[in-house]
Ligand binder design. Sequence first.
Ligand code: SAM
Length: 201
Amino acid sequence: SDSHFPIPISPDEVDLSQHYPRYFPAGEGESRDGDAAAPRIRFADVGCGFGGLLVGLSTLFPDTLMIGMELRDKVTEYVKERILALRASNSGMYDNISVVRTNSMKYIPNYFRRAQLLKMFFLFPDPHFKEKNHRRRVISMQLLDEYAYVMEVGVIPEELLKADPVVKLLSTATEEADHTIARIFPLQAKAINFQNKRRES
Ligand code: SAM
């Protein structure tokens, strides 16, 4: 249950030196508090599983700090070990990725400030769309407000998505499309709305 893993009371309490020691050397952590130039976590992989996406993204965006969020204890430990092993055998690489054991449905605002994130990844985190799984679903109308809050304004590219031929293909070519697309587009519309309102305010 949640009582088995520590929960930061606010994003300020997230110990970045523990996750990214090359960026926040031990002992210097506190001196970077309030330092506007200090790097911040920019990508989150929600339900990161065994961390394959993080490992791939790490070298693709070598200057971007990113974190995986994973509910299962053993899987999280595996990802930690995987990252440490990669760092050990590739000096100067994989210092920008880390993982945390947490329930992303509850604690996203404990980890990220408003508009902090540039990308959030949700790769197959959800149980099937059956009604009985409803309460375990990581993508929902309610949670979308939270995701929009922690995302930088303007990074959900409405025009790009409309123009992207792959998006059109998604709605016709895959068998899950009936379930999936019907859900994705209202969610996307809602996120864009939310961010537009924020931009105006
Ligand atoms: N994203 C990975 C991939 O594409 O290989 C893993 C996909 S796996 C089907 C879904 C993962 O999401 C599982 O490891 C599960 O433990 C995790 N997960 C499910 N609900 C979660 C939650 N509320 N918070 C954090 N992780 C969650």
